[in-house]
Design a protein around this ligand. Structure first.
Ligand code: SAH
Length: 212
């Protein structure tokens, strides 16, 4: 990754640190990731501000502090080799995860966004990502179980199939709700699940139904 990218990434990491993110691995990944590569060139000058930005097709690249917070939550739950992400979008969150896990599985329902994300990840030399064009409500069954799942769109209710794809001790980080959304941390223990409310958030919806 280029020096100029890491310089601006470094500014973003400092900003995020000021907002309470302390995990050094997460801050390092933010510092190393050229967020400007994940937005349209016309918005590149805003890429290192701590705001969500449009990425086309009515979707957004999430606010960096939210990306960092969700990633920190995942890491706090202990070692996992791989992670399933639902909602690839720009691929920015995927890029952060790819630096922290051996392998990332990511599912996106809009093919053109998936295509762009794939190209971007290759450009910055991240090759430990498998992508699926599919409905995230269904997870990615053939690769299950997962000890970590992150959803980057708001689900009206917790998708049953994602709970089914967690390993014992596995965790799911997911925004739940429509207008009012709550970021939840759900943990599977044996046959039961515990759920903790983390923060109010604002994500685009996890759309049910047909693919693009
Ligand atoms: N992690 C992304 C956030 C993108 S916004 C980033 O860092 O840029 C959420 C994404 O979820 C959008 O790209 C949207 O198309 C996708 N999405 C919405 N509903 C989905 C579904 N049912 N299955 C898979 N992806 C979905």
């Amino acid at each position: 990754m280029s020096n100029s990218a890491s310089r601006s990434g470094q500014q973003l990491a400092s900003l995020i640190q000021q907002q309470g993110i302390s995990n050094t691995k997460v801050l390092q990944a933010i510092a190393n990731t050229p967020r400007q590569s994940f937005v349209e060139p016309a918005l590149a000058h805003k890429a290192f501000e701590n705001t969500a930005l449009p990425i086309g097709k009515g979707q957004t690249i999430s606010q960096p502090v939210v990306v960092a917070h969700m990633t920190e939550l995942l890491l706090e739950q202990g070692q996992a080799q791989s992670v399933l992400e639902i909602g690839t979008g720009s691929g920015y969150q995927t890029a952060i995860l790819a630096q922290l896990y051996d392998h990332v599985y990511t599912v996106e329902r809009i093919k053109s966004l998936q295509f762009q994300a794939r190209r971007r990840l290759q450009q910055i030399d991240l090759h430990n990502v498998s992508m699926k064009h599919g409905d995230g409500w269904k997870g990615w069954k053939s690769k299950a179980p997962y000890s970590a799942i992150i959803v980057t769109a708001a689900a009206a209710s917790v998708p049953e199939e994602l709970l089914n794809q967690l390993s014992d001790g596995g965790i799911l980080v997911i925004p739940v709700g429509e207008d009012q959304q709550m970021l939840k941390l759900i943990k599977k223990q044996g046959d039961s699940f515990s759920s903790t409310d983390i923060a109010n958030v604002k994500f685009v919806p996890l759309v049910p139904g047909d693919l693009d």
